[in-house]
Structure formats: C-alpha cells, structure tokens
Design a protein around this ligand. Structure first.
Ligand SMILES: NC(=O)c1ccc[n+]([C@@H]2O[C@H](COP(=O)([O-])OP(=O)(O)OC[C@H]3O[C@@H](n4cnc5c(N)ncnc54)[C@H](O)[C@@H]3O)[C@@H](O)[C@H]2O)c1
Ligand SMILES: [Zn+2]
Ligand SMILES: [Zn+2]
Length: 389
C-alpha cells in the first residue's frame, strides 16, 4: 500500500510499504478515508521528537472504514465508519479506567525510551516515534488499530467525514484543555494559538459557559477564521502587547483560564525568540515555551493555565515564581480523547460544533509532501491539509 514516510528532518516521501494486518485479537484494520496533518507532526518534521526512524509512516488523526477485525472485537464489525482516537488506550488498565486514556499502561509498545526521558512512559500514539510506541501512522491506505473497541467510534449518519475527522484529535484536545482547565460559567478564557487545536479549545470554552473567549495568533486568516467560525474575540500578538491587552479587556484582573495551544515551536517577536532558538539549537533546552510564559504571566491571580501544546523535555526561564505567588493551577496532558469523542460527535450531529472549516486544503495522499509544506509554512491560509488515500 501507499503511505507517507518520514525520511529525516523536513524530508517526507510517499512510498510503498507492507499492508497492515491483525496482530492481536482486539485489533482491527481500517481503510483510511481521510487523514489530516496536526501541529504535532511539525515537531516530527523539525526533528524535535526523538526516536524517529527513516521510513516511519506518520499521521494520527483519521476517519475510515473497518475492513478486518480480530476474534475478540465485540463492539465493532467490518463495514463500520469510524473515527479513531489518536492515542491508543487498552480500556482496562488503571489509567484507562480513570479516564486518563493517553496515559494508558498498555498502549505504548516501547515504554523504555519514554521511561528514561519522563520517569514513566506516556501512552502510545499512531505515527509518532518509537518512544510513543512505534505504531504506523494514518497517512496511508490502511492502518492497524489496536484495542479497536475502545479507540474507534462509529460516526452518526448526519456527520460527514470531513467534520468527524477532527473528532480524532483536534476537537477532543481542545475540549480537554477547556474542561480540565476548569472553565466555568461566566469565565473569561484566553487561548494562545488559532490552529485547529486552539480554535477547538475556544469553542469548547464557549460551550462550557465562558462569557468571553479571546484567542491569540499572528496570522490574519487564522484570526479571521476564529472570529467567523468560532465566534471568539482575537488579539494579533505581532502588533499588540498581549499581556497589556488582556489586562485591559478584563478590567485589570486577567483571564480566569488560559489555554496554551501553541507548543514547543512557539514564535515570539521579541528577544525571547533569539534566546530560545539559540538554547534549543545548543540542546540547552529542548522546547521554546514562549506562549506558556506569557499565559502564566497574563493569568489572573488564582486562575488556571492548561498547556495543550506538545513539549518534549526541558525549558528555560519557566516563570515558577509567577505560578507560585499568584496561586495558579497549571495542568497539562496529551489528549484523553476516548473520554470526549462520543459527546463531540453528538454535538457535531446537533450542529453545536463546527469543524469542517479547519480542512482548508484537501488533496490525494500522493501530494501529502506538498500539503505539509503548505501547513508547516502556513502558506495559502492553510490551517489543516487533509489527505485522501
Ligand atoms: N495535548 C495533545 O494531546 C495535543 C493534541 C494535538 C496537538 N497538540 C499540540 O497543540 C499545538 C497546536 O496544534 P495545531 O495543530 O493547532 O498547530 P498549528 O501549528 O496549526 O497552530 C499553532 C498556532 O500557534 C500560533 N503561535 C505561535 N507562536 C505563538 C505565540 N507566541 N502566541 C500565540 N500563538 C502563537 C501559530 O501562529 C499557529 O497558528 C501543537 O504543539 C501540537 O503538538 C497537542
Ligand atoms: Zn494531533
Ligand atoms: Zn489502558
């Protein structure tokens, strides 16, 4: 079959690779209908994620049709149209049974690497390095889905592929940020990043009762999209002092909840950018936490900050003093999608959650390297490129 393979830093190619098959009794094989790029893939492309090997198939957000199942699959059958959570949860371990699905003890087939880096291993995810399980990704014609009873969700008839696709990762990630960030009625919420994840966090905050949601980015088309499709206010950080503007818009108090949806390749127009880039190049820090720093500074006293952006290791100039003295709650996680996906599909079916506008570009899988170029460099208004195998 055809698949998009990582070949080294900023090098991707479409190759012929072996077809996947059933390995364990709870597996399914899914014929991919659509698969999309994610900001997390940019960290792979940039060479920031350890334990990638040339030839690895990438991609982790997808919708497809089940074409084969193992003998112990109970909740799905061949022919089901399913959206699959990007993180692999067994459904039975302590973490899965506590709704902490991305921390599953049985999802990561190569725990040793992450144990060394993180203390305990994180869960497994499709197409995201050997440290995260070494699973083949979804930018392919077919994909093996372990623990399919728990990771795959049948899509209601009224929800089209392009909308449901984002229930795989961007929508549950955004929802988790707002939910576990503690958004409540009447809150003012600020969201850093107007990519798919930030937009979904902003929409979730509204649906959870926020009174005002303010989203921050620098790309005019992303800011405009967030205003039009999500209904959030926006701030352009390239022309505004974000901290001062947030203080101004919140009557001097600051946002109640701050959601960071930017990640380790955050951009800044000030001297921080040079500082962080030099330290990152010299491996004195692995990640550039510009938006995390800003969120911690901007948050009101006693407020909460949720970090959705992906980070891999250590950062410098982390504002521990601001966090401690202002009494902030700072939380983070990889997405616990299995907890939210049925509810999100239901909201899509009821017209409460629009996602299809995120797919600004759609193309055959053969053109995926071009899609990543558009997405990485934010060309032609690209928010997400969607591939059709
Ligand atoms: N926690 C999870 O489970 C999970 C799941 C999916 C994605 N992610 C992560 O979420 C992040 C966003 O993903 P995405 O797909 O939306 O990516 P994206 O690249 O499309 O969007 C990131 C946005 O952040 C903006 N940005 C950069 N620096 C900024 C700054 N200083 N202030 C405000 N905005 C800034 C960029 O302009 C861009 O629009 C990535 O780090 C990704 O790895 C996490
Ligand atoms: Zn993703
Ligand atoms: Zn588990």
């Amino acid at each position: 079959m055809k698949a998009l393979c990582w070949q080294g830093v900023n090098r991707l190619s479409v190759e012929q690779v072996p077809d996947p098959g059933i390995v364990n009794a709870q597996d399914a094989v899914v014929k991919v209908r659509l698969s999309t790029t994610c900001g997390s893939d940019l960290h792979l492309l940039g060479g920031y994620i350890p334990a990638m090997r040339a030839g690895d198939v990438i991609g982790h957000e997808f919708i497809g049709e089940i074409v084969d199942i193992g003998p112990e699959v109970r909740r799905h059958k061949v022919g089901d149209r399913v959206v699959v959570c990007s993180f692999i949860g067994c459904g039975r371990c302590w973490y899965c049974s506590h709704d902490l699905w991305s921390l599953c003890d049985n999802g990561n087939a190569n725990p040793e690497i992450a144990q060394m880096l993180l203390g305990y291993e994180s869960g497994g995810v499709y197409g995201y390095s050997h440290a995260m399980g070494g699973f083949k990704g979804s930018h392919a014609e077919y994909i093996r889905v372990p623990f399919v009873d728990y990771g795959a969700f049948s899509v209601p008839d009224g929800v089209d592929d392009q909308s449901a696709l984002f229930a795989s990762d961007a929508a549950p990630t955004g929802w988790m940020g707002a939910h576990l960030g503690g958004v409540g009625r009447g809150d003012v919420v600020a969201v850093w990043g107007c990519g798919a994840v930030g937009q979904m966090a902003a929409r979730a905050a509204m649906l959870l009762g926020a009174e005002r949601v303010i989203a921050i980015d620098r790309y005019p088309e992303r800011l405009a999209m967030t205003e039009r499709h999500i209904g959030a206010e926006t701030i352009d950080y390239s022309s505004t002092d974000v901290g001062a503007e947030l203080r101004e818009r919140t009557g001097g108090r600051g946002p109640d909840v701050c959601v960071e949806a930017v990640g380790m390749e955050a951009d800044s127009l000030g001297p921080q950018q040079i500082y962080d880039q030099v330290k990152q190049q010299l491996w004195l820090e692995t990640d550039r936490p510009v938006a995390v720093r800003e969120a911690i500074h901007a948050c009101r006293k006693g407020g909460s900050v949720f970090i959705l952006g992906v980070f891999t290791g250590t950062v410098d100039k982390f504002p521990l003093g601001a966090m401690m003295n202002k009494g902030l709650t700072v939380r983070s996680a990889q997405q616990h999608g299995q907890r939210y996906i049925p509810m999100l599909l239901d909201r899509m079916a009821k017209g409460q959650l629009a996602t299809s506008h995120l797919a600004t570009h759609s193309m055959p899988l053969d053109e995926a390297p071009r899609g990543y170029d558009l997405f990485k460099n934010k060309l032609d208004g690209c928010v997400r490129a969607v591939f059709r195998p």
